[in-house]
Design a protein. Structure first.
Ligand code: SF4
Length: 324
């Protein structure tokens, strides 16, 4: 839904670059996409999703046309529901009723930051209070609520991003997406970056911060359904600066395991030498790290790590012992 009807121009946004879609989609396109999905990768838990622009801020008639095109596929149980993304200030009672009547089940809000100065500096055109109000209203109507946040925005900081995560946690959304800020061509952020007014967060700092956020949401039972932008969709073409990696979540999870190992070593006062690290079976490769990054970092600190899969260990949990 590139920019369709969006009156805003957020500092970081060039929807054409992000969605990779230049044409305005039609009801016919929705039907075609649904039919293709049914034929190629059918799953009864699948959803029809309208992402990219601000779905509830577009022309009401156009929005309803798209919903009506998707509705019959939900009624016939080909998909479990409709998921949309929108701005927090584009949610009111009337919109909620329309969404409810048209099989929308999940609404994701682009919160980006819960710091009003950061929101203003990035020309978001809404406040953190709009996020609170929209979240409460969506919950009252029984929608699954998702929050999207961005790290490293203009005028933000590690502390402010952590504070944003804390405020999001206090609102108890069902899901969260974490997007490190990417500078794209033809955006206000790009001008600020070129003039030296805006500096991007370093790669290391971005991974450290997002690893911490992932863990915070996990510990508060909030499901993180995306970390980092999707590849494809022309992001690479419009890319100017900022940390973008196709396997970003894995890098963050790898950092979580590394930090946990170091903490265990310190707590248990483990001597340098060979160590045995036990993690859940699905976490073995993240623990070793991409291109053995964690193993090499530990080696530099005097520890030779061997990772073993343990069935009684939970996500982001590690057991470390000296290998005799
Ligand atoms: S509200 Fe959404 S679509 Fe509109 S400019 Fe901002 S990020 Fe882009």
């Amino acid at each position: 839904m590139p920019h369709a009807g969006c009156p805003n121009q957020c500092s970081f946004c060039n929807q054409k670059s992000i969605s990779g879609q230049l044409e305005k989609i039609t009801a016919q396109d929705v039907k075609k996409a649904a039919e293709t999905a049914i034929k190629s990768s059918y799953s009864e838990n699948g959803e029809i999703a309208f992402f990219g622009g601000s779905f509830t801020a577009i022309d009401r008639e156009y929005m309803t046309q798209l919903l009506k095109a998707a509705g019959p596929y939900i009624e016939q149980k080909y998909f479990s529901g409709i998921r949309i993304s929108t701005r927090p200030d584009a949610i009111d009672e009337e919109i909620c009723k329309i969404l409810k009547e048209n099989f929308v089940t999940s609404v994701e809000l682009g919160c980006q930051s819960m710091n009003d100065e950061v929101l203003k500096a990035n020309q978001r055109g809404h406040t953190s209070q709009d996020v609170v109000r929209a979240t409460e209203m969506l919950k009252k109507f029984g929608f699954e609520v998702g929050h999207q946040m961005m790290t490293g925005l203009y005028k933000s900081s590690v502390e402010k991003d952590i504070e944003t995560a804390k405020r999001i946690i206090s609102l108890k959304p069902d899901t969260v997406r974490i997007y490190p800020t990417i500078v794209l061509e033809n955006t206000k952020l790009c001008e600020l970056y070129n003039s030296g007014e805006y500096k991007v967060m370093s790669d290391e700092e971005t991974v450290d911060l997002c690893a911490e956020l992932l863990l915070m949401f996990f510990e508060n039972d909030i499901k993180v359904i995306r970390t980092g932008l999707h590849s494809g969709g022309n992001v690479e073409e419009g890319y100017v600066a900022g940390f973008y990696h196709p396997a970003f979540k894995e890098l963050c999870e790898s950092r979580i395991y590394f930090n946990k190992i170091i903490k265990e070593i310190d707590n248990s006062k483990i001597q340098k030498g060979k160590i045995l690290v036990g993690v859940a079976p699905y976490a073995v490769s993240a623990t070793v790290g991409q291109k053995r990054f964690n193993a090499e970092q530990l080696k530099k600190q005097g520890y030779e790590m061997k990772v073993v899969a343990l069935n009684d260990v939970g996500r982001y949990e590690v057991k470390v012992e000296e290998q005799k």
